[in-house]
Ligand binder design. Structure first.
Ligand SMILES: NC(=O)c1ccc[n+]([C@@H]2O[C@H](COP(=O)([O-])OP(=O)(O)OC[C@H]3O[C@@H](n4cnc5c(N)ncnc54)[C@H](OP(=O)(O)O)[C@@H]3O)[C@@H](O)[C@H]2O)c1
Length: 217
């Protein structure tokens, strides 16, 4: 392993592959943790051509090699996957998932703990859970730039200030605009913001090239 920040991406679908690509080319060393036999050679080659470093390994190996993990799996798989990764004590787990069902549009469907992130924290003692990177489409995970070269807002909720600061550093280095959105109890707000994004993009037919951005005047 190099002196680079070691990142695990758990789940290599739309979000995981896009975010892993972005973080790898921004200077992190990325460990894609995949449970499938999926061929990720093209993704890894693209990253290498862009000057980044990435590996494809089983999820538990990715988790063991990283200090910061991004969970990009279906919300229904979040708990079983996260609890199968081995010890996550002292590691940072960034929960990118959204608990959404569909009935003529998106409906927020959180677990009893209030949000997926809080449910994760309840079963992962010692793990520093941060809710983030869930509020825009995967196109923005790959390329966070908005007009004017501004990075898309990444709202972060979590109880550990150092963990949020570390996530903010990684996000900023990759061109995102991180924003501290308070304690983990606010994770449900972030999941609802994602539901609003989905409503506007899909039900409202504005398309996926939109973002909920914090602006100040
Ligand atoms: N799509 C978006 O634009 C978007 C934006 C923001 C947030 N999100 C949220 O991010 C999460 C991932 O979304 P996505 O669009 O990337 O999903 P996706 O394309 O379906 O990918 C999910 C990945 O999770 C992994 N996985 C692990 N256990 C699984 C299981 N039991 N069933 C299915 N997949 C499993 C698989 O990767 P391996 O085969 O490599 O294990 C799979 O490719 C979701 O919670 C979603 O709500 C999505």
């Amino acid at each position: 392993m190099s002196g680079k920040m070691q990142i695990a991406i758990i789940g290599t679908g739309n979000v995981g592959s896009a975010l892993g690509h972005r973080l790898a080319v921004s200077g992190c060393e990325v460990w894609f943790g995949t449970r499938s036999e999926k061929d990720l050679a093209t993704l890894v080659d693209d990253i290498a051509r862009a000057g980044g470093t990435a590996h494809v390994v089983p999820p538990e190996v990715a988790a063991a090699n990283a200090q910061m993990l991004f969970l990009a799996v279906p919300d229904t798989a979040a708990l079983p996957v996260a609890t199968s990764l081995g010890s996550l004590v002292d590691k940072i787990l960034v929960d990118c998932t959204n608990p959404v069902r569909w009935s003529g549009g998106p409906i927020w469907s959180p677990p009893i703990e209030g949000s997926v992130a809080q449910a994760l924290a309840s079963v992962l003692p010692g793990c520093r859970v941060v809710k983030a990177f869930n509020g825009f489409g995967a196109e923005f995970h790959l390329d966070p730039k908005l007009p004017g070269e501004v990075g898309v807002s990444v709202f972060m909720a979590g109880d550990d200030p150092e963990a949020k600061a570390d996530v903010a550093r990684v996000a900023e280095q990759a061109g995102f605009s991180p924003i501290d959105a308070g304690l983990l109890r606010n994770a449900g707000l972030l999941e609802n913001a994602a539901v609003l994004w989905i409503h506007l993009a899909i039900t409202g037919k504005r398309g996926r090239n939109i973002a909920l951005q914090l602006v100040q005047r």
